[in-house]
Design a protein around this ligand. Structure first.
Ligand code: PMP
Length: 314
């Protein structure tokens, strides 16, 4: 979907303006050195309710606080204020489609000098119609990347840091240029970390496995939602531990989770079919519940969503 950016209203440092009036300069620190951090938040338009439900806002903003702290930046708003600004921005744009929301804070000084301390920051938020990230019905041809996931001793992957996405982009482009859909990155010591923009789950002998947060993964909001669904709704055992590459090949099911990607299964990994290649029964059940939850159709998870237009009482 191509978006006419000139039609967007955006938020930047206390004011709402047209997208074209909110530019950054060429020397901006965050652009030159990757010193920024961001979130990717989804909103789901439900025509029957005439409502746009925003997903896991609090979780995303709490993570943004941690990312900003790593980069020695202070967000100019509290989590509650950020939630209000998000709703305000969505209302001003008035989309009646699924949306993607991109809040970001970046070092805004226009000067030369690599550092984190003592550099002013700028906060912005953009909302745009959501373009499909993957076709979830077909499944992904995945490969293990030759690029390793950045280690926490180099730059902390638990922060959603702009510059760190070079790591993801190297892996993703390598995969796509080699004919795959998605890359799976291993950590520096050879354990499974995550996809280029998704966490990863394996199903084996009826249990759900995923790398624990010390495996250089981004602690995904969708990851947490999957864990809730699998344990609370399906009564599954969830095992968070380091996972070997060979376990990917031995798994009955493998699937990815991410705000943009949603839930999508791997049909093959390194040319080895996962299960029979189609969507497995566990991933299917989790997906069905997730799809209902994000549209306000799962009573247990109504707390995950924030209505934009009606602001019904909780
Ligand atoms: N890992 C990486 C590297 C990502 O970019 C993302 C997308 N934000 C995820 C995992 C999934 O996180 P979430 O479910 O919060 O979108």
């Amino acid at each position: 979907m191509s978006v006419d950016l000139s039609k967007l209203t955006v938020y930047r440092d206390g004011t709402f303006s047209n997208y074209n009036d909110a530019k950054v300069g060429l020397l901006t620190h965050g652009l030159q050195y990757g010193t920024g951090c961001f979130e990717g938040i989804r909103g789901f338009w439900v025509p029957e309710d005439r409502e746009l439900y925003l997903l896991l806002l609090r979780e995303h903003y709490e993570r943004l606080f941690n990312s900003a702290k790593i980069l020695l930046m202070e967000l100019p708003h509290s989590v509650d204020e950020l939630i209000e600004i998000t709703i305000d921005l969505c209302r001003r744009n008035g989309f009646e489609t699924d949306v993607y929301i991109r809040p970001c804070i970046f070092k805004s000084a226009e000067d030369i000098g690599v550092r984190l301390h003592g550099v002013p920051a700028s906060f912005a938020m953009i909302v745009l119609p959501f373009a499909k990230y993957f076709d979830a019905t077909v499944g992904l041809k995945a490969c293990v990347s030759s690029w390793r996931r950045a280690d926490d001793t180099m730059a902390p992957p638990r922060g959603k840091i702009t510059g760190l996405y070079v790591n993801s982009a190297l892996a993703k482009s390598e995969a796509v240029l080699n004919g795959y859909d998605e890359a799976i990155m291993l950590s520096h010591d050879g354990h499974v970390a995550e996809g280029s923009a998704e966490n990863i789950f394996l199903v084996r002998h009826g249990a759900l496995y995923t790398p624990d947060p010390s495996q250089n993964v981004l602690e995904g909001c969708t990851r947490r939602a999957v864990i809730h669904i699998a344990s609370e709704m399906l009564g599954m055992k969830i095992i968070e531990r380091s996972i070997d590459r060979g376990e990917l090949y031995a798994a009955d099911e493998v699937f990815f989770s991410g705000s943009a990607a949603g839930l999508v299964h791997a049909s093959s990994i390194d040319g080895r079919r996962v299960g029979d290649g189609s969507l497995g029964p566990v991933a299917r059940k989790i997906m069905e519940i997730y799809e209902r939850a994000v549209r306000g159709r799962e009573p247990r998870y109504l707390g995950w969503i924030t209505p934009t237009y009606a602001r019904r009482p909780a």
